[in-house]
Design a protein around this ligand. Structure first.
Ligand code: PRX
Length: 649
């Protein structure tokens, strides 16, 4: 394994690590390795120090209770409220008139809310929730476009002590239904529709049938965003605007225990059923507040733009809770980067004078392909720091970002983390760390990440292994919602006492981490996590399908593209129409992001003698590699014939 995996691609200029620019370092929040040293000296004292940046209604008695592995407790007996930390305390500190949210819709409409204004909206929605009988510990599902009301709804849940379960707006009504049922939500907050590339996508109206199949659901609150059609159901359905017009604008934040649940966020795993990842209150807030300020080098005057959707963990931690608990100004954009033109993001950076821009490698790969002419047309000089998240970034894409967006002036923070970790775990600190394109660099202070072999032993530099976290961290998931067994099995049974991330990685001789991607049956498609089993279950659920195997084929822009190998029921012939129908079917079961790029019909799937589908071989076929040893297969001929048919296809 080379120490740098791009040794030959770049000129001399880029053959050394990138040091933080002097002008950046001079003003950086963290200028030297003090936090690393402090955390190494006494990790718990370090996190206790970071927790001092949060307002507690009652201080904790103990930083970490690790007596009941793997059910850790942080800031034991501490009491706090997340929304009070994101709103009230900034107002008490004189920031009431500071902008909290700047929003631009796809159609060019805009809204801005100061911290004072945001608090009033949140309070009003708290009163709405309370009037609807929402109590501490109840679950509220939020299925919305990227509009400020989504943030208001999330913060209001935390203020009344309800758990939110935000479902990505691009998930289908059926996926929404599964998540409402699993979380037992009483309330759904949604919108009539969303704007997407100039079209209106119906939301509530498209989900009427599914909502009828959710017995726990008592009330549906709908924001009118697009005038999309829907069928209001008396007594169950309410308009956001009507409810808010009548609601009082004060509400005292409910005192929450540090370990009270804060939210559930569903994420794909290795079975057909998504996992309800549960985060709690105190540790999560300490984790995202600390990482937000240090990784993004918080400055009072920043306008921070994280392009993720609020329905993913990146949106939770670095649109909402990190920046707002830090008193920052966030920018939210409703639409996509290519509408109405491929310069949309650069136009917004210029217009809103964005200072910190955080996006996914898949988006940067598209920007790069579209060409430099789009960013070149705009003044991007407000930018001072860039970030990436969600998947490994190819070194050449990193360099493009550095040159064409950062104008060689902005450090890049490549941040590795997961829905489960809640907070950024491996990352540069932009005023301190020398960066190497393609490496997420080093663990954040207080994070014990390592790469280990099958036996759990640390690997040598250059040796591939599994990425693990060797001791608890404040924003870690606490369990899987109502499924502790799966929690233990997925994360803690691989190695004794250490957290298994599901990623492969290696470290170089400087101790830098290079993440290679998932080692389990989870795909990363355009930075979104999708389980192969989830797509397979959706395919098998179609009347014509007997069996399906799904793999991720390497894709230039998306990282992975979903390729499905499908066997059909007796007497059914594969056809172009059936391919389209199956793609649509998966879109309906899960959402457009899970729709296979390619579907290939085969009379059988390659299986081991114990009946396990050999996805690795299918990947080799799809990526045109030699098949190697196939003798362990039940029928070695099957794989050869699939290979021949696939290459003829
Ligand atoms: O494989 C890793 C990849 O994304 C996975 C986590 O996905 P999700 O829970 O959806 O959260 C994405 C946003 C935090 C990881 O297991 N991943 C995330 N960030 C990086 C990454 N891979 C390489 N480099 C990264 N910076």
């Amino acid at each position: 394994m080379p120490d740098r995996d791009h040794g030959d691609i770049f000129s001399e200029e880029y053959s050394k690590p990138f040091l933080p620019p002097d002008h950046f370092k001079r003003k950086a929040l963290v200028k030297d390795d003090t936090p690393y040293k402090e955390a190494a000296d006494d990790k718990l004292a370090y996190w206790a120090g970071m927790a001092e940046n949060i307002d507690w209604m009652k201080k904790w008695d103990q930083v970490l209770d690790d007596s009941n592995h793997p059910y850790y407790k942080w800031f034991v007996n501490g009491k706090l409220n997340v929304s009070a930390n994101c709103l009230d305390r900034h107002i008490e500190n004189g920031l009431g008139d500071k902008k909290a949210i700047l929003f631009e819709g796809e159609e060019g409409d805009s809204v801005s809310l100061t911290y004072n204004e945001l608090l009033k909206e949140v309070n009003k929605f708290c009163n709405v929730l309370q009037d609807m009988g929402v109590n501490k510990g109840d679950a509220v599902t939020i299925w919305m476009p990227m509009i400020p009301e989504a943030v208001v709804a999330m913060l209001a849940c935390t203020r009344v002590g309800a758990l939110h379960s935000v479902v990505f707006g691009g998930f289908s009504p059926e996926a929404l239904k599964d998540r409402i049922l699993d979380s037992n939500s009483k309330i759904l907050v949604t919108a009539d529709g969303a704007y997407r590339r100039g079209k209106v996508i119906q939301m509530k109206g498209a989900a009427e049938e599914e909502l009828k199949e959710c017995p726990s659901l008592e009330k549906v609150i709908m924001v009118e965003r697009t005038n999309a059609a829907h069928q209001p159901q008396e007594e169950r359905d309410f308009l956001w605007s009507n409810l808010m017009a009548d609601a009082a604008d004060d509400f005292s934040p409910v005192e929450m225990d540090a370990e009270d649940p804060l939210f559930i966020l569903y994420s794909s795993g290795t079975t057909g059923k998504p996992k309800g990842i549960l985060h709690t209150t105190g540790g999560y807030l300490v984790g995202v507040n600390t990482t937000f300020r240090y990784v993004f080098d918080y400055k009072d005057e920043d306008i921070f733009w994280c392009t993720a959707d609020i329905g993913w963990i990146t949106g939770h931690s670095y649109i909402v809770y990190g920046p707002l608990s830090g008193g920052s100004t966030i920018f939210i954009y409703e639409g996509t980067p290519d509408y109405p033109g491929k310069n949309r993001f650069w136009e917004l950076i210029e217009k809103y004078k964005i200072t910190v821009f955080y996006t996914a490698p898949t988006a940067i790969r598209s920007f790069m392909r579209w060409g430099n002419q789009f960013p070149e047309k705009h003044d991007l000089s407000s930018l001072r720091l860039l970030g990436t998240v969600g998947e490994p970034i190819n070194p050449e894409v990193w360099i493009w970002y550095h040159e064409n967006i950062g104008k060689k002036n902005c450090p890049i923070v490549d941040t590795w983390w997961q829905t489960e970790t809640g907070m950024i775990m491996i990352t540069p600190l932009p005023g301190v760390t020398a960066t190497k394109p393609g490496s997420a660099t080093k663990p954040f202070p207080g994070i014990d990440a390592d790469v280990v072999d099958d036996e759990g032993k640390s690997t040598e530099p250059g040796q591939r292994g599994f990425l693990v976290i060797k001791s608890p961290w404040p924003a870690m998931l606490r369990t899987l919602y109502e499924d502790p067994e799966r929690y233990e099995q997925t994360y803690w049974n691989q190695y004794q006492g250490i957290y298994f991330t599901g990623d492969g990685a290696w470290k170089d001789k400087d101790g830098y981490f290079w993440i290679m991607g998932r080692v389990d049956d989870v795909l990363n498609v355009s930075g979104h996590r999708i389980g192969t089993m989830e797509v397979e279950s959706a395919l098998v659920d179609h009347k014509s399908v007997t069996e399906a195997a799904v793999i991720g084929k390497v894709h230039e822009i998306k990282g992975h593209a979903i390729t499905a190998f499908v066997t059909l029921k007796e007497g059914i012939e594969g056809s172009e129409e059936l391919v389209d129908e199956l793609k649509k079917h998966v879109g309906k079961r899960i959402g457009a992001i899970a729709r296979p790029e390619e579907i290939f019909f085969t009379y059988e799937l390659p299986k081991t003698r114990s009946g396990k589908i050999m996805r690795r071989l299918l990947r080799d076929i799809a990526e045109n590699r030699d098949l190697g040893d196939v003798t362990t297969l039940m029928d070695p001929e099957v794989v050869k014939s699939i290979k021949d048919d696939y290459s003829d296809n």
